[in-house]
Design a protein around this ligand. Structure first.
Ligand code: CU
Length: 154
């Protein structure tokens, strides 16, 4: 009786250590550089920005929202056999020290059905919700889609 109970306790202890190690360190995700939102094309707007996790723990971008759109989705464009496909991601891991660049043609954020306030020269508020870091609130500048693509390749 006793040994089996002890091994079960030991198992629980090992599990606790494993779970703790998954969430070790403290992530600190920030937006660096400009946040640009493309003027809407066909009912959606691409968003370009760069995230950096300056902390020593892993994190995940869980969702993004904006008062100026029905929804904000995390998309990844992949090009295969000459045609581009866009997939929607449920979340995006950002490891400790990692930098994630959102830009047209690759990983990007997309405003779904942006409202009339999303027009060139205007601004759009975005709230980025992370698994562990504090929410990040940013103001994006609305620019022409071509400027957006150029401005983020540097
Ligand atoms: Cu997209």
């Amino acid at each position: 009786m006793l040994p089996s109970r002890r091994s079960r306790l030991l198992g629980t202890a090992v599990l606790a250590v494993l779970l703790a190690s998954c969430a070790s360190g403290t992530p600190q995700v920030e937006v660096v550089g400009p946040v640009h939102v493309a003027a809407p094309v066909a009912g959606s707007s691409q968003v370009a920005l760069t995230l950096v996790n300056r902390g020593d723990g892993d994190d995940e971008l869980v969702s993004v929202s904006s008062d100026a759109a029905l929804a904000v989705e995390i998309h990844r464009t992949t090009i295969a056999d000459g045609s581009a496909t866009m997939e929607t991601l449920d979340g995006l891991p950002i490891g400790a020290g990692e930098e994630v660049v959102f830009r047209p043609g690759g990983l990007h954020l997309m405003l779904v059905v942006p409202d009339e306030t999303v027009r060139e020269g205007g601004t759009v508020g975005l709230v980025l919700d992370f698994e562990r870091s504090e929410d990040v609130v940013v103001e994006g500048q609305v620019v022409d889609l071509l400027d957006l693509a150029e401005g983020t390749t540097e």
